[in-house]
Write a new protein. Structure first.
Ligand code: IPE
Ligand code: IPE
Ligand code: MG
Length: 245
């Protein structure tokens, strides 16, 4: 019997099994999605950007507390200038068009990545979105933008040294506090759309014990049901953390 106020979507999740607190998504396949429709890559990025909202809403319904989305990697600067420019404009437009509603819905925006190297106007927009939503607690939308897992560790090491941390005080816990994701739980599951089986420099440190889920579905087609399917698969996994059961 479906319960009132709970979407049918819950049907696919396994009752009694934990819901992932933190989901990381490698939103891949925008370009191929567009190509398969005879459209320019830019159309794929637009469709992909539009797709974020419905997945975020579904994550809230399911009870996920942190959603980290990989929007732009440190390696993506190597793409053609026009594509990079298009991606930067899309981020800026998304903040402009969506921030009021995200804020009204209690979404806390966080950024993981370097702001150095980002166009100053966009960097300012990102900072003010973070500042405005920092008290919100419905869900954390952590945007990995100009993000690289290795760059993150390098930045952490630099900051550690700058703070004069003593050798004996360096621990996994302390390093975690120096990462862009300080204060967030590690991801329970990393979802990759677009069919590849690699991390592409995403959450290198944090994903040490994440479950991986890859699907051939291109990101713009990855819908609510696809997210629930990923979570159901996660719920069927046996997380042993190196121990014996
Ligand atoms: C992911 O889609 C979006 C970004 C990397 C910004 P792609 O642009 O990588 O799409 P494919 O992998 O070429 O299909
Ligand atoms: C990973 O996708 C980065 C993002 C989704 C933002 P890429 O398309 O850049 O990764 P590779 O090139 O397939 O490893
Ligand atoms: Mg790709």
């Amino acid at each position: 019997m479906p319960q009132p106020n709970i979407s049918d979507s819950y049907a696919e999740l396994i009752p009694g099994k934990p819901i992932p607190q933190h989901i990381g998504i490698i939103m891949d396949g925008n370009g191929r999605w567009a190509k398969s429709r005879g459209l320019p890559r830019a159309a794929g990025h637009r469709a992909g950007t539009k797709n974020i909202r419905r997945l975020l809403e579904e994550a809230v319904r399911i009870g996920v507390k942190v959603l980290t989305i990989y929007a732009f990697s440190t390696e993506n600067w190597g793409r053609p200038r026009a594509e990079v420019g298009h991606l930067m404009r899309l981020i800026s437009q998304s903040i402009r068009n969506e921030l009021d509603e995200l804020h009204a819905n209690g979404v806390q925006i966080r950024h993981s990545g370097r702001l150095a190297g980002v166009e100053p106007a966009l960097a300012k927009q990102i900072q003010s979105a973070i500042e405005r939503t920092k008290e919100n607690d419905t869900i954390v939308l952590n945007v990995a933008f100009n993000y690289g897992g290795r760059a993150e560790i390098v930045d952490a090491i630099k900051n550690l040294i700058q703070d004069g941390i003593a050798l004996d005080d360096v621990s996994e816990e302390l390093v975690s506090r120096y990462l862009y994701t300080a204060g967030l739980p590690d991801p329970d599951i990393i979802v990759r759309t677009g069919g590849e089986y690699r991390l592409s420099n995403f959450l290198t440190w944090q994903a040490a014990y994440a479950e991986y889920y890859a699907t051939p579905t291109y990101w713009p087609d990855f819908d609510e049901a696809a997210l629930r399917e990923a979570i159901a698969v996660f719920q069927g996994r046996d997380r042993r953390y190196g121990l014996v059961r």
